[in-house]
Design a protein around this ligand. Structure first.
Ligand code: NAI
Length: 456
């Protein structure tokens, strides 16, 4: 269902009227297209907390944006933030990367303020601010306090910055291991991802050379519930990235599944994912194994707990959680996921924040996040497979078009970008997690919610 309010505020009278009334001011987001794959403008590279041990410059140089670096000679205790574009009078940056990994105490936090305060206003519409932090050092409570402070800082800035601009925090120790993550966050692909804290580990041993144009060429991806909605968008995006996509859906959706598969040059698999032998049937269908497994199929059966019959509870738990566990276990046990494989499961902000009428759905989606966090280290150690989750917020699909008008409007506006996301926003985030260069991203639950006010 079209977001008419967003269209209205894109007009001059609409913007004037809604500003006068103090109503939300969503900006049309700049999303990836083949013709416009990058943000437009330059990237400003700043440092706070002293020189960093990260070798960031070559990674940023490959981001697709010309980089301007703030004056050299940054030393601990001196802010390096009186920043500007590459030439006087030039437009502000399209992206700012603030390396705050060296921030080890409260005093150094002043450098974060000093670095960003002068530039925030000039960051272009739909621009990006990415703050880089270090992992929390549990033996040093001053470092931990200062580094945790960055989370509150990033989330607060995300809520106030406006104009379709996003703010995210990446915790890392190795810049090259974070290349796929930085490329994603510094591109139009991350249009609806804001206020997130993403942990990136060290580089994967078996990672070979990466084809950044067709990263999934020669790989097979299976997407459950891909006949429509978010799943169809995920299938399309993975096919864009070169994957052979298997479109799995229930028998009732067979025709749509075949249509999606035909459009993408993939194949369709008709299967109810709750079948006890679903994992075995997928493995039999793909005797050469698969590289990417996307658990997207999901259902809602909303009722408040007092009115919820057991059947509504169990059907949601079965589709959204039990089948995800069952098929994952079966496919890992059979060695059907190749080394370097990727599993991405679909959680929801309802599972992180809770939602009235969705005790069953919220429980199932929180369970997905729990599975991801617990399984990720083991799956990586034993199978070389990463396990992550996307947690969509309000996404414009048939599922949300069925939500009553008032709740739908609230869902759309109650996030920092003041609009709903599109299926492609979840798909791009999934594609980043499925990327062969994302082996250092494991056990993460990344919200695609425009920084929804619901939940942490
Ligand atoms: P949708 O209802 O449009 O599509 C879901 C697809 O899954 C359908 O094609 C359906 O036939 C398939 N499916 C359902 N049960 C199945 C089963 N037992 N076996 C195989 N396929 C099955 O849903 P939408 O909106 O595209 O959501 C996709 C995922 O994203 C779901 O997991 C949902 O919970 C999650 N999500 C969606 C949000 C939204 O705003 N639309 C927000 C948060 C999470």
């Amino acid at each position: 269902m079209a977001d008419r309010y967003l269209s209205f505020t894109a007009t001059a009278p609409g913007r004037f009227l809604t500003a006068r009334l103090g109503l939300p001011q969503p900006s049309a987001l700049n999303r990836w297209t083949a013709g416009h794959p990058s943000l437009e403008g330059h990237l400003l590279h700043l440092t706070a907390g002293g020189p960093s041990g990260l070798d960031l410059a070559p990674v940023l140089a490959r981001s697709g944006l010309p980089t301007a670096t703030e004056a050299a000679g940054a030393t601990a205790g001196s802010a390096t933030g009186s920043a500007h574009g590459p030439a006087t009078g030039s437009p502000g940056p399209a992206a700012v990367v603030l390396d705050a990994t060296g921030v080890r105490d409260v005093d150094a936090l002043a450098e974060v303020h000093a670095a960003l305060h002068p530039v925030v206003r000039s960051v272009a519409a739909s621009g990006r601010i990415v703050v880089l932090g270090a992992p929390l050092d549990t033996r040093d409570h001053h470092q931990a306090a200062a580094q945790q402070a960055l989370e509150g800082f990033v989330r607060s800035l995300g809520k106030e910055i406006g104009r379709g601009r996003t703010v995210n925090l990446v915790r890392l120790t190795d810049a090259s291991a974070a290349e796929s993550t930085l490329r994603f966050l510094l591109s139009p692909k991350s249009a609806y991802v804001s206020g997130q804290v993403i942990g990136v580990g060290t580089a994967e041993r078996h990672g070979g050379p990466v084809d950044w144009t067709l990263p999934l060429a020669g790989r097979t991806a299976l997407v459950t519930g891909a006949a429509r909605g978010i799943g169809a968008a995920v299938a399309e995006t993975l096919a864009r990235d070169g994957a052979h996509v298997v479109v799995l859906d229930v028998p009732q959706a067979a025709e749509d599944a075949r249509r999606v598969a035909a459009r993408l040059g993939g194949s369709a698999l008709t299967l109810d994912i709750t079948a006890a032998d679903a994992g075995e049937r997928i493995a039999a269908e793909l005797p050469d194994g698969l590289d990417v497994l996307i658990h997207n199929a999901g259902i809602t059966r909303d009722r408040r707990l007092v009115n919820m019959p057991a059947e509504r509870w169990s059907s949601v738990l079965d589709v959204n959680l039990a089948s995800v566990l069952r098929t994952t276990d079966a496919l890992l046990a059979k060695g059907a996921l190749r080394t370097g494989g990727r599993i991405v499961a679909t959680a929801s902000i309802a599972g992180l924040a809770g939602n009235a009428g969705q005790t069953n759905y919220g429980a199932s989606k929180a369970g997905v996040a729990g599975m991801v966090r617990a399984l990720a280290p083991r799956a990586h150690a034993e199978h070389g497979v990463t396990v992550n989750a996307v947690a969509p917020g309000f996404i414009e699909t048939k599922m949300t078009a069925a939500v009553p008008l008032f709740l739908r409007e609230a869902g759309r506006r109650m996030n920092s970008l003041a609009q709903g996301g599109l299926p492609v926003d979840v798909a791009e985030t999934t594609a980043w997690l499925a990327h062969p260069a994302s082996g250092s991203v494991n056990g993460q639950v990344v919200r695609v919610c425009g920084q929804s006010l619901l939940g942490a």
